[in-house]
Design a protein around this ligand. Structure first.
Ligand SMILES: [Zn+2]
Length: 345
């Protein structure tokens, strides 16, 4: 596909095209930015541009290396990803990387390694990576793909050129959903709104009846009563079929989506409250939202949004998912109704 397929990352494309022309590629890069904005796609297109048999600022997309890279079958390109059911890169995988780099490239002057989730590795693995970065062979190009630069050790960061990727624009996400995934205009627009510029998220949501589930949730939250505290989280798990999922990571993805729906709802209430010009997600419920927002103060809404954002952070830190959701709902109801819910002994 070549760089033409990359949306909203013109600055990054230009940076690498210049580096390729001048033969100034660094030994190590960190590609940083939220999930689903094209970091992986870009690294693959970059590999094509570098290994292509027709030198230039972009890949030809037809030669042997271009084709084999597209099929993940090129001998000087290696991908390292967390193993199935694991969220982290393990030390064994980093040792394998060292072995790979000890052997000279077979087909070109470079050997490229792309490490996914490089911000998610333990101390031991991180030390191993550091050793590799301290003395990379002359032919190495190592790309670390991360969502959180803060989680990468300073010693690792300082040895890499940092490349920041931007979230995709709403029109770009909508355009891709319509043109490549053949979604209708209205559906694509709503998904683009909630995707936060992440194509991965938009595509995931399009295949899970997420819009219908979010509609159900908004209708339900609007009718929320203080005594719903004990039953609401179970209701959510049932309605979103979360208990049917076996894999914890899958559960986490769905619960994240659920929590983000709460965030959208309360954010919309805040926008209605301050009569801002910002667009709201729940456009079909505007009157109900405006009326609901009258009964809540701005302080209360900010506090609820803070509770939801904190829950999102804890979710990423492996917390007990069910308990996390129950706690969040209890705190929201407490704030919303100004009523202290007795704690369960
Ligand atoms: Zn080519």
């Amino acid at each position: 596909m070549s760089f033409k397929i990359i949306s909203c990352q013109d600055r990054v494309v230009k940076l690498f095209q210049n580096a390729i022309i001048r033969d100034h590629l660094a030994h190590a890069y960190i590609f940083a930015g939220q999930d689903g904005i094209g970091k992986t796609l870009f690294s693959k297109e970059l590999a094509k541009a570098i290994f292509c048999q027709h030198p230039g600022v972009d890949a030809c997309d037809t030669c042997g290396p271009c084709q084999r890279i597209a099929n993940d079958n090129f001998s000087d390109l290696f991908l390292i990803v967390p193993e199935k059911n694991s969220r982290v890169i393990k030390i064994e995988q980093l040792k394998y990387l060292q072995d790979v780099l000890n052997v000279k490239p077979l087909e070109s002057k470079y050997k490229m390694i792309i490490i996914h989730a490089a911000d998610k590795m333990n101390e031991e693995a991180s030390n191993c990576l550091l050793k590799t970065l301290e003395e990379p062979p002359s032919y190495a190009i190592i790309i670390l793909i991360v969502t959180s630069l803060e989680l990468v050790r300073e010693t690792v960061r300082s040895r890499c050129q940092i490349v920041r990727f931007s979230p995709l624009s709403m029109p770009a996400v909508k355009g891709i959903l319509v043109n490549r995934f053949h979604l209708d205009d209205k559906q694509a627009e709503r998904l683009a709104f909630i995707s936060s510029g992440s194509m991965e998220r938009a595509v995931l949501l399009s295949g899970t009846h997420a819009l219908e589930k979010k509609d159900w949730l908004i209708n339900r939250i609007l009718k929320l009563e203080v005594h719903d505290n004990l039953t609401f989280s179970k209701e959510l798990f049932d309605e979103w079929h979360i208990q049917d999922l076996d894999v914890l990571e899958e559960k986490r993805t769905y619960v994240k989506e659920l929590i983000l729906s709460f965030l959208l709802y309360y954010r919309d209430l805040l926008v209605c409250k301050i009569e801002g010009e910002l667009p709201i997600y729940c456009t079909g419920w505007r009157d109900a939202l405006v009326s609901k927002s009258q009964s809540l103060s701005e302080d209360t809404l900010f506090s609820i949004i803070h509770v939801i954002k904190t829950s999102l952070e804890y979710l990423d830190r492996n917390a007990n998912i069910t308990l996390l959701l129950e706690n969040m709902i209890t705190k929201i109801l407490h704030l919303q109704f100004g009523y202290r819910i007795p704690s369960v002994p």
